[in-house]
Write a protein that binds this ligand. Structure first.
Ligand code: IPD
Ligand code: CA
Length: 263
């Protein structure tokens, strides 16, 4: 099979197209209409429009595929075997604050199995992508997770629950445990980018509780194809159902799992 496949090209083209107006919005944030969907959960007209463009573009090229989107929820397609999972802006709070660290995230599933993922930061024009069995890439560069084996030299990323969300105490306990054991913690504010940073060997690991499937969907394939391990925080493969994710290389993942479970 040619690589990148036609389907991956469709996904990256959709991300780039949806990203162009987002870059313009980012440049003039004050003109955006902001509404509150819930506590600390900002939804912007940009979010809704980005998801609409993604669905339009993907549907044109792959008619009938289903969708699960952060804004529009689940849409069943005539083709029951394929589904795209979309996060139109992962890192919405960064976006709203003028911090250029957010991404469009697209995952493709076939018969419920992971096929491909694309994560695109339109402001920095950084494209991360992977297709099962074909490796992970950042622009044209092959990605590989970091090789460190000892936690004391590692930088570990996480996400912390915002106001109105559960898990504040647990997050503090986990962060305390990781703080005491590693070279440092980072909280950058976009789970998809945290995961591709693990794939790129910038972060040695990432964990977060309370995530939605679209936050981590595309990142899972990118990390795996970069040689990393991805599990939920019980060590299983129920990331979506549990809403939790832990990823790192094969040496660090078990150490982090133990540490986080004990916290
Ligand atoms: C959020 C980001 C953030 C994470 C939150 C997510 P959103 O996604 O990924 O890093 O800590 O749990 O909800 O709301 O910006 O799409
Ligand atoms: Ca998200």
């Amino acid at each position: 099979m040619a690589y990148p496949s036609a389907t991956l090209n469709v996904m990256t083209a959709a991300a780039r197209k949806a990203g162009r107006p987002l870059v313009r919005d980012f440049g003039e944030l004050e003109n955006l209409q902001i509404s509150m969907k819930g506590p600390a959960d900002f939804v912007t007209s940009a979010d809704v429009r980005t998801e609409r463009i993604l669905i339009e573009e993907l549907s044109k090229a792959r008619p009938g595929y289903g969708f699960l989107g952060e804004e529009g929820g689940a849409v069943t397609g005539a083709d029951r075997s394929h589904r795209f999972i979309l996060d139109p802006i992962d890192g919405t709070v960064n976006f709203m604050h003028g911090i250029p660290h957010f991404a469009i995230s697209i995952r493709l599933e076939r018969e419920g199995q992971l096929v491909a993922g694309v994560i695109y930061n339109p402001v920095t024009d950084d494209l991360y992508y992977a297709e099962k069995g074909h490796g992970a890439y950042h622009n044209n560069k092959r990605l590989r997770v970091a090789a460190r084996k000892e936690l004391n030299s590692c930088i570990i990323a996480t996400g912390l629950p915002m106001m109105g969300r559960e898990g504040h105490d647990k997050a503090l306990k986990e962060t305390t445990a990781v703080m005491a054991t590693t070279a440092g913690i980072r909280r950058f504010g976009a789970a998809s980018l945290d995961m591709v940073y693990v794939a790129a060997g910038r972060f040695d690991g990432f964990w977060e509780l309370g995530l939605k499937s679209w936050d981590m969907a595309a990142g899972i394939v990118v990390v795996r194809e970069a040689g990393g391990m991805v599990t939920d925080l019980e060590g299983g493969q129920d990331m979506f159902a549990q809403g939790s994710v832990l990823c790192a290389n094969e040496h660090l993942q078990p150490q982090l799992l133990k540490l986080l479970k004990a916290a």
